[in-house]
Design a protein around this ligand. Structure first.
Ligand SMILES: Cc1cc2nc3c(=O)[nH]c(=O)nc-3n(C[C@H](O)[C@H](O)[C@H](O)COP(=O)(O)OP(=O)(O)OC[C@H]3O[C@@H](n4cnc5c(N)ncnc54)[C@H](O)[C@@H]3O)c2cc1C
Length: 398
């Protein structure tokens, strides 16, 4: 067990980590989770986010194990953090314009970097961890070296980025999304907006030097932090609207399963166990970072074993139709593609597939379908519903 990767992305390694972490997921987690002990010492938290982000482990896998060990009450703090992930996903799915707005803001900020040398220099110093603010510089280095930051450190970094360094939040969010091993369009974009004061109207998060010293065991004494927040200008978010209706799959029709980093655990979903799978593919174009490559490789192997079907890499979604024909199917099935870069590319992929007379169906997990309707307002509206939702979601009710 000693060699479990620090931030696992294969199912076997993630299950091993889960087994190691479960004994600490009850009151221990509630007590210790906010303290940042530094690289190599993040053992108060699960470090399962890279696996959860790709659904190598599902939310149900994790909540099931923790609730069974501690009971839902003692594990409430950990379970609630897992629901934060679902909350952000569901919230963004019902307001996809916020993602488009983020992309536009990021691109405008990148243009500003080209025009404004002072801004470009401050941005370069922030990214390189050369600001002179000890904690911030350390965390930027930790992010670059490990692809991970403790949740509390992410909050401090984002706050210092926005309010002390005066940099556009969208550039910080883009840097995180690029560097984090668990980089997720919903959790990342909306957490940055939450820190900036754009999620809960008028409420921003201000990093405090004494608190940083206390929460990091005295490792840092940052100087010169902003004493107040200036919330960036932004239009109010649109009202929640129903999420995109995916094309439903035909559970009796032969299928080619297309695995993406958005759901690399489809073979675990009981709803798909009867699907007559004729082949499984993943795209090399989606394996740009090492974590995605490893997770997809592992997912191909597991899916091939589960469905007793041949699995292979294809270059890109442009090869999906050929792969489906070679497998003798006219139905391609993938996990629901949530808001983000792949969903942005999906209409063109779908058009290509359909022009070849094939269907591209997306499978929405029962977890999402059950929880997302409660993700239209603030998190606390969802949190209140967790006890009532758990019996509907747990595989083995605690
Ligand atoms: C500015 C900022 C950016 C972030 N960007 C991302 C991101 O790109 N991807 C990502 O997965 N999380 C992101 N988070 C949320 C959170 O920091 C990470 O999920 C968490 O630190 C992962 O570490 P862990 O697995 O050890 O968490 P644990 O404390 O062990 O939590 C268990 C799981 O619950 C979920 N979770 C916990 N806290 C949160 C949270 N606040 N929001 C959403 N989900 C949560 C994660 O899936 C996590 O693996 C961000 C937070 C902030 C403040």
């Amino acid at each position: 067990m000693a060699d479990t990767p620090i931030f696992p992305v294969t199912r076997a390694a993630a299950l091993e980590r889960l087994a190691q972490f479960v004994p600490h997921a009850g009151v221990d987690y509630a007590r210790r989770r906010n303290f940042d002990q530094g690289p190599g010492h993040h053992d108060a938290v699960s470090r399962l986010s890279a696996a959860l982000r790709r659904r190598v482990l599902s939310e149900a896998d994790v909540v099931d194990a923790v609730a069974a060990a501690h009971g839902p009450d003692a594990a409430a703090s950990f379970i609630s953090e897992v629901f934060w992930r679902t909350y952000w996903k569901g919230w963004l799915e019902q307001r996809p314009a916020i993602w488009t707005r983020y992309l536009a803001g990021r691109d405008a900020a990148r243009q500003m970097l080209r025009r404004d040398p002072d801004l470009a220099e401050r941005h370069g110093d922030a990214v390189a961890g050369h600001t002179g603010i000890d904690a911030f510089d350390h965390w930027m280095g930790e992010l670059a070296q490990t692809g991970y930051l403790h949740n509390w450190a992410r909050m401090q970094v984002a706050s210092i980025w926005i309010f002390t360094l005066g940099l556009p939040w969208e550039l910080g969010a883009a840097h995180f999304l690029d560097q984090l091993r668990d980089g997720d369009p919903a959790s990342n974009t909306l957490s940055w907006r939450w820190v900036a004061g754009l999620h809960t109207a008028g409420k921003a998060y201000l990093a405090d030097a004494d608190r940083i010293t206390a929460m990091t065991g005295g490792r840092f004494a940052p100087k010169g932090l902003a004493g107040a927040t200036t919330i960036p200008a932004d239009a109010p978010p649109p009202a929640a609207a129903p999420w995109r209706t995916p094309q439903t799959l035909d559970i009796g029709a032969p299928a080619l399963v297309w695995i993406t980093p958005e759901d690399a655990g489809l073979e675990q979903d009981p709803a798909l166990s009867r699907l007559p799978v004729r082949g499984v593919v993943a795209c090399r174009s989606h394996a740009g970072c090492a974590a995605d490559a490893t997770a997809l490789d592992d997912a191909l192997e597991r899916a091939a074993a589960q469905w007793q079907a041949p699995a292979q890499w294809i270059e890109s979604p442009a090869d999906l139709a050929d792969a489906a024909r070679a497998a003798g199917t006219s139905q391609i099935v993938t996990g629901f593609v949530p808001v983000g870069p792949l969903a942005d590319a999906l209409p063109a992929i779908r058009a290509l597939v359909e022009s070849e007379g094939l269907a591209l169906a997306e499978h929405l997990r029962a977890w999402d379908n059950t929880v997302w309707p409660h993700c239209r307002r603030g998190f606390f509206a969802l949190k209140q519903e967790i006890p009532a939702l758990l019996p509907l979601l747990l595989k083995e009710p605690a």
